[in-house]
Design a protein around this ligand. Structure first.
Ligand code: ZN
Length: 116
């Protein structure tokens, strides 16, 4: 196979180097992903009330919401889940922050990891 590539002059364009991802970046990503949905809501100024154990409701930040359609379950998944019954948006905690503040994933990671 290598001879075949060499014959075609391709051996130089098939690098075997692995892309290095810094440990610190991976650590930051996992720190950010572990940020609880409750912390994210607090940071976004979304007030929550607990209706059942581990089930919270708040006003959805994506539209005029008067009856607290944002449903938050901090015990679901690793760091909680959120879902709006009106606009059907939902996901992992960091996604809520990214969507509300219009941040990219790397920006959100920077903000929620220790290594600022
Ligand atoms: Zn909504």
């Amino acid at each position: 196979m290598n001879d075949f590539l060499a014959e075609l002059g391709l051996e130089k364009v098939v690098p075997e180097k692995k892309i290095k991802v810094g440990n610190s970046w991976e650590k930051r990503v996992s720190q950010a992903r572990n940020t609880s949905i409750l912390d994210i809501c607090e940071r976004l100024g979304i007030a929550l009330s607990e209706r059942k154990p581990d089930e919270f409701y708040g006003l959805c930040p994506f539209h005029d919401d008067e009856v607290a359609n944002l449903h938050v379950e901090p015990e679901k998944a690793k760091s909680g889940l959120w879902y709006c019954f009106t606009c059907k948006r939902g996901g992992l905690p960091l996604q809520l922050y990214m969507d509300v503040r219009k941040k990219t994933f790397p920006e959100a990671v920077q903000e929620f990891s220790n290594g600022k």
